[in-house]
Design a binder for this molecule. Structure first.
Ligand SMILES: Cc1ncc(COP(=O)(O)O)c(C=O)c1O
Length: 359
């Protein structure tokens, strides 16, 4: 009997994808490529964490629904625990949302350029992804967006606000206009929301199509892999059905409970990054040969008049790793730099200034 070749066993939709690429950590480099928080845990929090992790029973499965962590998060958000679904990073929640809601033929829409996982996960599910271009400076183009929504009637719309990698935001009024015409769900991804000081959470009471995605990754806890989704409890209950039990391991759950009780540490770091963002932005704006785009996140996107790829390599040689996003359609010669500590930002700005003078 003739059997298919190995790769014929893989879905064509998957064969056509390019895997998500994360940089390998390289010692000695200033790491400004992944939108992480630059602040390590202070020693007293490390000690408290060690004590808590010491109590973890590794021979037992974790709390299957992460009920303790869910209650801590729900209390901080002033939401009912039933409105929350917890994921192994918010990436996993994007996958669960599509799994629970979007059948064959469904369309997923997002303003582009945006976070690449929306398209990757959509296409891996065999669904149609429709990107609607943002404006020339990556500002929302509401008329085009609304016209496309009315024409294609997507099952899901993803709105990252602030958007990655551009840094721009959708205003509350713009999101409400989109909610008013959307036939399906509107997923507002607030992974960087804390850096913008805004949230759509209060709208959940009267907008049952609204789903909010949040992440602990960008506010100092990337290593834990914890994200959460907030939605109408009836929808959250359906998404729960496709979540694999025990998706959050015991160490992550325990660590998150300890560290979320120190919100003052998280909030102070967010404040410091926001101040530094403005300082880095002022420097970028003043540099000839650089166009920086407005950002409400913990990173800044900028375009250079020289080759973005060359500039990326020059910065790397000077010990600074940023993200080269130049291969994304619409982002030719663009780099994205994460806001780091004051010292890291100084080194980045010095390296960039020298690199631009080098020509
Ligand atoms: C807009 C946006 N949403 C979600 C994520 C996923 O975050 P995580 O899976 O770490 O929670 C990212 C990560 O870069 C992002 O930029």
């Amino acid at each position: 009997m003739k059997r298919p070749r190995l790769l014929d066993l893989v879905k064509p939709e998957v064969l056509s994808l390019t895997a998500y690429r994360a940089e390998e950590p390289r010692p000695g480099l200033i790491k400004l490529d992944a939108n992480e928080s630059p602040f390590p845990l202070p020693e007293e929090l490390r000690r408290e964490l060690r004590r808590a992790l010491d109590q973890v029973d590794v021979h037992r499965y974790p709390d299957a629904k992460a009920d303790r962590l869910r209650s801590v998060l729900a209390a901080q958000l002033r939401m009912s625990p039933e409105s929350l679904v917890l994921g192994n990073g918010s990436d996993e929640l994007i996958q669960l949302l599509l799994l629970a809601t979007s059948g064959p033929g469904a369309t997923v829409l997002a303003p582009v350029p945006t976070f690449s996982m929306y398209e990757l996960i959509t296409r891996a599910h065999g669904l149609r992804f429709e990107g609607v271009p943002l404006g020339p400076r990556f500002e929302p183009d509401l008329p085009t967006l609304i016209e496309t929504i009315e024409r294609l009637r997507p099952e899901i719309i993803f709105l990252a606000t602030p958007n990655n990698p551009t840094g721009g935001v959708f205003s509350e009024a713009e999101i409400c206009k989109i909610l008013a015409v959307a036939p399906g769900l509107v997923v507002v991804d607030e992974a960087y929301g804390p850096y913008a000081g805004r949230t759509m959470l209060p709208h959940l009471v009267d907008q049952e199509r609204l789903v909010i995605l949040r992440s602990l990754s960008k506010i100092g806890l990337a290593g834990l892999r914890i994200g959460y989704l907030v939605a109408h409890p009836a929808l959250a209950a359906e998404i729960e059905k496709v979540r694999l039990p025990f998706n959050l391991n015991s160490f992550s759950q325990t660590a998150a409970i300890v560290l979320l009780n120190h919100h003052e540490w998280i909030d102070a770091n967010i404040g410091e990054v926001v101040r530094e963002r403005e300082r880095v932005m002022d420097c970028l704006v003043a540099l000839a040969g650089v166009e920086a785009f407005p950002s409400a996140a913990n990173f800044i996107l900028f375009r250079t008049t020289r080759s973005g790829g060359d500039l990326f390599e020059t910065l790397l040689q000077r010990g600074v790793l940023v993200r080269n996003v130049g291969s994304v359609p619409g982002l030719q010669d663009c780099l994205r730099v994460t806001v780091g500590t004051k010292a890291e930002n100084n080194q980045f700005m010095e390296a960039l200034t020298k690199a631009l003078k080098q020509d």
